[in-house]
Design a binder for this molecule. Structure first.
Ligand SMILES: C[S@@+](CC[C@H](N)C(=O)[O-])C[C@H]1O[C@@H](n2cnc3c(N)ncnc32)[C@H](O)[C@@H]1O
Length: 233
């Protein structure tokens, strides 16, 4: 799958998330031993969304980050955008009272005017996107000056003595969990493949700077396999 590129890769990604939508949240909790809940809290905290402000959760999937924003910031208005309808459908049914605006959109061409949102966040989106620089530029365009973009994603793990342990987890445990829980080992082989082939945390930070973000920084989590990046317009 890592060999696919362009629209072919995009169609593959869309179909895959469509297949696993109903088990996606459960798999996230299992794969991260529930840690992703804590990471999502941090993402929203770092977005510095002001009370009553507007946040875009891009590649929202089932909307965990969007719901966390509504929970943390009273009076906020939140748009949850994704290009896989099945993921949004699951999220919508899971919490109909969350008051989120769900939107079908491609992260490379966002249907908003310039300077629209106070904050933009994404969780595990970028490594799926076929043109990351374009996606970052779009986010920069629709973010208000002074606003933060925060990115939660996997990152290429550093080479160290923990590498065999990390590889065993990524290439054996996760696909096995995917087969048993989600009934889709292939989708959960995609995760380690794309983690291994995705950017290093430093490279993503450089891309954010090139897209126009300032005060760019990041920190790593979960044995260096996850990173949270942030930058300001
Ligand atoms: C791994 S899921 C992450 C879902 C959610 N953000 C989370 O934190 O759990 C990646 C999501 O990104 C979406 N996605 C991938 N490429 C996209 C694109 N170009 N435009 C919009 N959504 C995209 C997929 O449909 C999928 O729902």
């Amino acid at each position: 799958m890592v060999n696919l590129s362009g629209p072919e890769r995009e169609r593959y990604v869309q179909a895959m998330f469509g297949r696993i939508a109903s088990r996606y949240d459960l798999m996230n909790r299992l794969m991260t031993a529930g840690q992703d809940v804590r990471w999502r809290r941090e993402v929203i905290r770092r977005s510095q969304l002001p009370p009553g402000g507007g946040l875009l959760d891009l590649g929202a999937g089932t909307g965990d980050l969007a719901r966390e924003a509504r929970r943390q910031v009273p009076g906020s208005w939140v748009v949850a955008a994704d290009f896989t309808m099945e993921m949004m459908q699951v999220g919508r049914e899971r919490s109909p009272s969350a008051q989120l605006d769900w939107l079908a959109a491609d992260a490379r061409v966002l249907p908003f005017t310039d300077n629209h949102f106070d904050a933009i966040v994404s969780g595990f989106l970028l490594r799926n996107v076929i043109d990351i620089p374009q996606c970052l530029r779009e986010q920069h365009r629709i973010l208000k000056p002074g606003g933060f973009m925060v990115v939660l994603d996997t990152t290429k793990p550093p080479q160290n003595s923990l590498q065999p342990l990390v590889n065993y987890y990524l290439y054996s445990i996760i696909p096995a969990l995917g087969r048993i829980i989600a009934g889709d080992g292939e989708a959960y082989t995609y995760l380690p493949e794309t983690t291994g082939s995705f950017l290093k945390a430093e490279q993503l930070a450089e891309m954010m700077v090139l897209a126009g973000f300032q005060q760019v920084s990041f920190h790593r989590l979960m044995l260096g396999t996850i990173a949270i990046h942030w930058g300001r317009k």
